[in-house]
Design a protein around this ligand. Structure first.
Ligand SMILES: C[S@@+](CC[C@H](N)C(=O)[O-])C[C@H]1O[C@@H](n2cnc3c(N)ncnc32)[C@H](O)[C@@H]1O
Length: 309
């Protein structure tokens, strides 16, 4: 059973004891969480995956022209690697580097990808890129193209996103770039449904964070005593996911304990939605120049290629 390292334990402990308790969304992803996220991508309400895939399908040739071939393709939060794999025939990367905190799931995905694309050199890096980010020497230094799809950038606050993008910029030379998928602001009803689906798959995904924390910290969260909420907060321009205590309860974990009152929340994820201009501004303030932006007919999602400057 996986156990939290010292840094993870400290972060979890601080979040659980905060006045408004929180758990970082990176803990949503263990092997089961990654599988549940795959199921979310199949849901009719969860438009981001299929909308982004349709942009890749319609504009693939143009995307490949902008990004260029023979790149060192670094897939950030690669998950099942399906999005990058769909672009391999067009991008023809010299090396594919899949990075994900959910290392066990990544390993399985990469093993099958190696069989499908035996001519592409591949590396898997099971690591957390949210705090520090330094690629090891086995990653080619030439033509690094960071691939960051799925609007995962939205899990950071805009300030954190700026810091993260600057760290990416520091990891590539002038011949480097970024291919990023960003979810755009839209109708609240669409967003509410996308993060609180009828089948309850997103609820299971959110609740799984407690099961993961039980493993990591030897905690005793009773998962049945928590309820998922996912909703768009228009004032803050973000979707929020929370777990609400169904009853008053006492939770213990290695190194700490806390009483939660009925109705008290643990904040588990933010997913910021961007205006197109703000997304471009963020990239440009971070040392990149947006060269192309592709979107879908409803303008729900944007894929942007940005060159290091
Ligand atoms: C929303 S999913 C996106 C998966 C896939 N890229 C896609 O677009 O469908 C986020 C992915 O990032 C990974 N992830 C989340 N936080 C991470 C972190 N701090 N460091 C590394 N990987 C992380 C998760 O395990 C998950 O595979």
């Amino acid at each position: 059973m996986p156990v939290a390292n010292a840094h993870e334990a400290e972060e979890l402990h601080a979040g659980l004891l905060a006045r408004h308790a929180w758990i970082s969304p990176k803990f949503l992803y263990d092997a089961l969480g990654s599988r549940l996220f795959e199921a979310i991508c199949e849901l009719p309400e969860y438009y981001p995956t299929r909308t982004e895939a349709s942009i890749f399908e319609h504009h693939g040739a143009e995307i490949a022209r902008a990004a260029g071939s023979d790149a060192t393709l670094v897939d950030l939060g690669a998950g099942n690697c399906a999005k990058a794999a769909s672009l391999f025939p067009l991008l023809q990367p010299a090396q594919y580097v899949a990075v994900d905190i959910s290392a066990e799931f990544l390993c399985v995905a990469l093993a099958s990808l190696r069989q499908r694309f035996p001519d592409i050199a591949m590396e898997g890096l099971g690591m957390d890129f949210s705090t520090r980010f330094e690629l090891p020497p086995l990653v080619r230094a030439e033509r690094r193209l960071f691939f960051y799809p799925g609007s995962s950038i939205g899990n950071f606050t805009p300030d954190e996103a700026h810091g993260f993008l600057r760290r990416l910029r520091a990891q590539c030379g002038r011949d480097g770039g970024l291919l990023i998928g960003i979810d755009l602001a839209k109708d609240k009803a669409v967003l509410d449904a996308a993060y609180d689906d009828a089948l309850g798959v997103t609820a299971a995904f959110d609740l799984n964070i407690l099961r993961h924390v039980n493993e990591l910290l030897d905690a005793d969260f009773d998962i049945r005593q928590w309820r998922h909420h996912g909703f768009y907060n228009p004032e803050l321009g973000r979707v929020e996911m929370h777990l609400e205590a169904r009853s008053a309860q006492h939770v213990r974990w290695r190194g700490g304990e806390r009483r939660f009152e009925a109705g008290e929340h643990i904040h588990t994820e933010n997913s910021y939605k961007y205006q197109q201009a703000d997304a471009i501004d963020l990239l440009e303030r971070s040392g990149f120049e947006a060269t192309h932006l592709w979107t879908d007919p409803q303008r729900w999602f944007a894929v942007i290629h940005a060159q290091a400057v």
